[in-house]
Design a protein around this ligand. Structure first.
Ligand code: UGA
Length: 452
């Protein structure tokens, strides 16, 4: 099928690359000139496992342009994957989605058939608005194209997005027309039936079951996306709340998480305690769900509590440092990890941003290291006084405390004896309960985690 993807950010690019990999002919539309230039050279603007191998292997099946007409007029399917950033009241801003819809409608050809799919995370009703915008423009142009509409929310984790594309748990489609569902079924058939050869670096998981295609009405598909992310966010906040109590009573939250997670009704995943959730999805989507509830005068105390607990986790870093160092003013704090989680270069809404700002506000001197995201962090922390250091040992020199904020695998291979030689005070706060406390204590550090 001929597929056009509007917007080559995290979602658009990974979706486009995977669809090309399973055999479709894909054109990605990207308006940012620097990103477009990279993509045209088949270089990924984002850090995503398997991306380089897959881009190499689909050389002739994917191309990139900034010209919507060139990309969309002959397409069978057009996927909208542009951003929906939060507005001041928490509502998702759908203006980019609507602009993309209007632009698509202005180039569709007479008497052609198209399926237009919204991938962006959009508030309830936004899919109907997209359909409306497109039909209005087509009517003004007196064009009789046959357009089918579908909402197809994504469940991709950054860093594992290509794996999630190729081996999903489920594919959710919200549509009112049978033709739209059929067209999506054709699009994903190689994934639904797992008939493609897996890329070398992204093997099919063992015991993987064929994913169901879940068909719903459009509103349910929109709600499914928000409900999934909010549930995952509150699962993390739940274990973080339990972690706080574990610390008071002398339990270890890792042991508790294992003890409860083996119950399949609860499940072991998303029970890692620490500084809490960040990123471009959970913070934005929980806000949007609360804003939606407010529109209907419907309180959502559970989601509210998930946010409250999450904000508290960030403040706990400061409190734990105060409890150990007493005074933060003038103390040097070394940060290990800036991204909102490992295996991505994304720093958007990362807990590190808030934590660093709170440290600076307390008068601390902040040094920071991240294996791949220093440049991205510099952009989001512009104006703050921080010393970014490319070498972790160099960063640790003369620090009064080291704080791990991202669970980068390379941090577990650090030479902790060497790190110990560098610091002024050997206090190590593990914001992800990621490292082996015994190893750090053996090296001479006072180790503290969250809820253990
Ligand atoms: C999330 C969802 O997991 C995806 O299913 C969804 O498609 C995506 O949002 C989206 O809406 O586009 P992502 O934000 O990439 O994916 O990252 P996650 O792996 O879900 O992690 C989110 C945050 O929760 C991170 O800050 C992570 O460190 C934190 N987390 C995760 C924990 O603190 N504990 C855990 O046990 C798991």
């Amino acid at each position: 099928m001929n597929v056009t993807v509007i917007g080559c950010g995290y979602v658009g690019l990974t979706t486009g690359v995977a669809l090309a990999y399973i055999g479709h002919q894909v054109i990605g539309v990207e308006k940012n000139p620097e990103k477009l230039e990279l993509l045209r050279q088949k270089q990924s603007p984002i850090h995503e496992a398997g991306m380089d191998e897959m881009l190499d292997s689909i050389e002739t099946r994917i191309s990139f342009t900034n010209n919507t007409q060139e990309a969309a007029e002959d397409a069978d399917l057009i996927l909208i994957a542009v951003g929906t950033p939060p507005k001041e009241n928490g509502d998702a801003d759908t203006s980019y989605v609507e602009t993309a819809a209007a632009e698509i409608a202005s180039v569709l050809k007479d008497k052609h058939h198209y399926t237009i799919i919204v991938k962006s995370t959009v508030p309830i009703g936004a899919n109907h608005k997209v359909a409306n915008v497109i039909q209005r423009v087509l009517a003004t142009r007196k064009i009789k194209a046959q357009v089918y509409f579908a909402s197809n929310p994504e469940f991709l984790r950054e860093g594992k997005a290509l794996t999630d594309m190729l081996y999903p748990d489920r594919i959710v489609v919200g549509a009112e027309q049978e033709e739209a569902i059929e067209s999506i079924r054709r699009l994903y058939r190689p994934i639904l039936e797992q008939t493609f050869t897996p890329p070398k670096s992204l093997k099919r998981p063992q015991n993987y079951f064929l994913p169901p295609l879940v068909t719903t009405n459009t509103t349910s598909a929109e709600m499914t996306k928000y409900a999934a992310n909010a549930f995952l966010a509150l699962k993390i906040s739940y274990i973080n709340e339990i972690a706080g109590l574990c610390e008071k009573v002398g339990a270890d939250v890792n042991e508790v998480a294992r003890g409860i997670g083996l119950d399949p009704r609860i499940g072991a995943r998303f029970l890692h305690s620490g500084i809490g959730w960040g990123g471009s999805c959970f913070p934005k989507d929980t806000l949007a769900l609360l804003a939606l509830g407010e529109n209907y005068n419907y309180g959502m105390p559970i989601i509210q509590a998930a946010q409250t607990v999450n904000n508290r986790q960030r403040r706990l870093v400061i409190e734990k440092l105060q409890a150990n160092l007493k005074v933060l003013r003038g103390k040097t704090i070394g940060i290990l990890g800036l991204t909102f989680k490992a295996d991505t270069d994304d720093v958007r809404e990362a807990p590190s941003l808030d934590i660093i700002k709170m440290l600076i506000a307390s008068g601390a001197i902040v040094k920071a290291h991240d294996p791949i995201a220093i440049d991205n962090a510099k952009e989001l922390l512009a104006g703050e006084e921080i010393e970014f250091v490319a070498d972790p040992y160099e960063m640790a020199r003369d620090c009064d405390a080291l704080v791990l904020l991202t669970e980068w695998n390379c941090f577990s291979h650090l030479d902790f004896e060497k790190l110990y030689q560098q610091v002024k005070t050997p206090f190590f706060l593990d914001g992800r309960n990621f490292l082996n406390p015994e190893q750090l204590r053996k090296a001479g550090f006072v180790y503290e985690g969250f809820g253990r």
